[in-house]
Design a protein around this ligand. Structure first.
Ligand code: PLP
Length: 406
């Protein structure tokens, strides 16, 4: 709000592929794919057609109780077929934060149905981002996102982001009979793009298995291609009990998210004779969002974008590598999925705390749209359709911005 007050707002008007244009006609290479979502790139005519066709037929209708609509049912089946655990069930939401709240409630409800109502604790990681709703805010490991609200959900234990032993200790401290779930982004995104240390994910997965704690993979960013597979959990064979996703499911053309429940978690909800699970959103299974999601997944399959992303992870890392030699750069994190971060030097930021904001502005001035993440690193997560020319444009634009800030 203060930024708008002092400098006015920048109105983004249109997009095409990896580029966006503001109202004055200035073009930017979008380093971020919106907020990590536009996996197929902007301006896809067939997604506009899919939305228009569905709106003409039935824009939306409740999916409560026994009701559904054809796109929602087809999408749930399609996502289930892509899921890391076979025969999973899919709960459609309106976005990532909804998916997190749904997963948190699902985890506790699961244990309640198992007769283990004391399993209410959640374990989460420092640096984590799990959305903006009440449970998600409490689960966040980014201090600035929690400060000033008190504890919405008190039953949260936070552990170091990179230490399996810290998870083991936290579960032992609480006793496993009290812990419902461990929430884990396979690659930390908004916290600053931190890939898991070698073996970390396999080890924390195993700890959850040993202690019975549900493993929740938060794949709101990593789902739908960005990690070189449909889900990071497939790439690393994590078999999550619950998986949360959003963003790439529609490439952001319309809002939608999903929670994928493995058969273990889904079973008691389907067999429970005590009544329905009283949880659902007005726009759960929104027919037009679902139709666009199906068309979006068609594009991803036809153009083999998850496979393309696997090749891109190296190409992106190679393209950005020279930036690591710049005096204002501490670190370039890249090489795991189409995700990267350019971390400004700690010394330079100590000297000038406005450096991250100046860098973002200088990127814009040099035709690159990005933003500063929680660690103050620049976010790099372009659409999965970026080509060699786009990668060069990205590197040169950031390089020029760094030079301008010296
Ligand atoms: N979880 C993760 C890992 C995210 O990165 C985000 C959003 O960036 C969310 C949850 C929340 O998603 P949304 O902003 O769609 O509510």
């Amino acid at each position: 709000m203060a930024a708008v007050e002092s400098a006015g707002e920048l109105i983004v008007e249109r997009g095409e592929g990896v580029h966006i244009w503001d109202e004055s006609g200035r073009r930017y290479l979008d380093a971020t794919a919106g907020l990590w979502y536009c996996n197929v790139g902007f301006g896809r005519e067939e997604l506009a057609e899919a939305a228009a066709a569905q709106i003409r037929k039935l824009a939306a209708y409740s999916t409560f109780g026994d009701l559904s609509n054809r796109p929602a049912t087809e999408l749930a089946e399609h996502v289930s077929a892509l899921a890391p655990v076979p025969d999973s069930r899919v709960f459609l939401t309106s976005g990532g934060s909804d998916s997190i709240e749904t997963a948190a409630k699902m985890a506790r409800r699961y244990w309640h149905l198992q007769g283990q109502s004391d399993r209410t604790l959640f374990v989460t990681r420092e640096r984590a981002y799990h959305g903006m709703h009440v449970a998600g805010t409490s689960l966040a490991g980014i201090e600035a996102n929690i400060a000033g609200y008190g504890a919405f959900v008190r039953d949260v234990l936070k552990v170091a982001w990179d230490s399996p032993q810290a998870l083991r200790d936290a579960i032992a401290f609480a006793t496993p009979q009290r812990v419902a779930a461990f929430f884990c982004e396979p690659v930390i995104g908004a916290g600053g793009v931190f890939a898991p240390p070698e073996g970390y994910l396999q080890e924390v997965r195993e700890i959850c298995r040993e202690t019975g704690v549900l493993f929740v993979a938060d794949e709101v960013i990593t789902g739908f291609g960005r990690l070189g597979d449909w889900f990071a959990s497939r790439r690393w064979d994590l078999e999550p009990d619950i998986l949360t996703c959003a963003k790439g499911i529609t490439s952001g053309y319309l809002p939608m998210g999903a929670v994928i429940a493995s058969p273990r978690v889904a079973e008691p909800f389907w067999s429970d004779g005590t009544g329905m699970w009283r949880h659902g959103y007005t726009y759960s299974g929104h027919a037009t969002s679902a139709a666009v999601a199906l068309a979006n997944l068609d594009i991803m399959e036809r153009e083999a974008l998850p496979t393309r992303a696997l090749a891109l992870e190296t190409e992106l890392a190679v393209a950005l590598a020279p930036l690591a030699d710049h005096p204002l750069v501490e670190d370039v994190r890249a090489g795991t999925g189409v995700l990267a971060a350019v971390q400004p030097s700690t010394d330079a930021m100590a000297e000038d705390p406005t450096l991250p904001a100046r860098l973002v502005a200088a990127c814009r001035a040099n035709g690159i749209m990005t933003r500063s993440l929680a660690s103050e690193a620049l976010q790099i997560s372009p659409a999965l359709v970026i080509d060699e020319a786009g990668l060069t444009e990205l590197r040169d634009g950031i390089g020029a911005a760094l030079d301008a800030c010296c």
